[in-house]
Design a protein around this ligand. Structure first.
Ligand SMILES: Nc1ncnc2c1ncn2[C@@H]1O[C@H](COP(=O)(O)OP(=O)(O)O)[C@@H](O)[C@H]1O
Ligand SMILES: [Mg+2]
Length: 236
C-alpha cells in the first residue's frame, strides 16, 4: 500500500512553472528522500503535498483517497504533516505551547502525544517552559518535528533536516527519526541537502533537477552509483 502517490504533479508561483510532471510515491512505512540542487523545486513539491500551493495539473493520493483538492487543514487531519524549511516556530512562545499548536487535530490525545514527543526528545522536556527562541538550532529542529508529531501523522515530511546544524546533532536527529519510523510506523519524506545522509537514512530516493525528477531508485543502489557520487557527493 502506498501512503502517498503523486502523478504528473505540476505547479508554480504566479505564472512561473516550477515543478513539472513529478511522479513520486511513498510506500507504507518507508523513508523516502528527495535531493537535488538549490531551486530545483523540492520545497515546492512538499508544499504541494501539504496543500500550501495548489496543483496546476496532476493528482495526489493519500492512501486510497485523492487529496489534491482538499485544503491544507483537511490533509493534516488525514495524517499529512510538514516540518517546513525555516521551521516556522512561534519563537516568543514556550516549547510546550509550540507543541500544543501542533495538536489541534488530536485534542483528545494531547497528554499521550506530549509524553511521546518528550520520550523521543528529552531535551524538549527539560526545556518545556523555555521560549522556543532561546533553543539551539538542533533543539528548534526537534521542536519542529515534535510539533508535526503532535498531529499523529501517517506521513511526516521534513524540509532540510540538517540545514545549519552541527554534524553530531544531525546524526542524533537521524537516529531518532529512524526510531520513530520503526516504532510508530510513520512514513517519511525528507528533503535533505546532505546527500550521503539522505541516502543512509532512506529506503529510496528521488533526484530533482530544474523541477523534474531526473533519477530515482533504492538508496543502497544510488549511493554506489558513480554519477551520483560525483555530482552530489563530491566523490570520485
Ligand atoms: N513563494 C514563491 N514565489 C515565487 N517563486 C518562488 C517561491 N518559492 C520558491 N520560488 C522559486 O521556485 C523555485 C524552486 O524553489 P524551491 O521549491 O524552494 O526549491 P528547492 O527547495 O529545491 O531549493 C526557485 O526558483 C524559487 O526562486
Ligand atoms: Mg528548499
Amino acid at each position: 500500500m502506498r501512503v502517498l502517490e503523486a502523478k504528473e504533479v505540476t505547479t508554480g508561483y504566479g505564472d512561473v512553472e516550477i515543478i513539472k510532471n513529478i511522479e513520486l510515491y511513498v510506500n507504507d512505512g518507508e523513508i523516502v528522500a528527495i535531493f537535488g540542487s538549490n531551486g530545483s523545486g523540492k520545497s515546492t513539491f512538499l508544499k504541494a503535498v501539504a496543500g500550501l500551493v495548489p496543483l496546476w495539473n496532476g493528482t495526489l493520493h493519500f492512501g486510497s483517497e485523492r487529496i489534491d483538492e482538499l485544503p491544507a487543514y483537511e490533509r493534516v487531519k488525514r495524517g499529512v504533516a510538514l516540518a517546513p524549511e525555516g521551521r516556522h516556530l512561534f519563537l516568543g512562545m514556550s516549547v510546550e505551547e509550540n507543541l500544543l499548536m501542533g495538536a489541534w487535530t488530536k485534542r483528545d490525545r494531547v497528554k499521550q502525544n506530549l509524553d511521546k514527543v518528550y520520550g523521543y526528545f528529552p531535551q524538549l522536556k527539560e526545556k518545556r517552559g523555555s521560549l522556543a527562541g532561546d533553543l539551539s538550532g538542533g533543539q528548534q529542529q526537534m521542536l519542529s518535528i515534535g510539533k508535526a508529531l503532535m498531529s499523529e501523522p501517517k506521513l511526516l515530511m521534513i524540509d532540510e533536516l540538517s540545514l545549519g546544524l552541527a554534524p553530531a546533532v544531525v546524526d542524533s536527529l537521524a537516529q531518532i527519526l529512524t526510531r520513530i519510523n520503526r516504532e510508530e510506523g510513520i512514513s517519511m519524506l525528507l528533503v535533505e541537502q546532505e546527500v550521503s545522509l539522505a541516502l543512509e537514512i532512506s529506503n529510496r530516493a528521488y533526484v530533482f533537477d530544474l523541477g523534474r525528477v531526473v533519477d530515482s531508485g533504492r538508496s543502497d543502489e544510488l549511493i554506489k552509483r558513480d554519477s551520483i557520487r560525483k555530482t552530489y557527493m563530491g566523490l570520485a
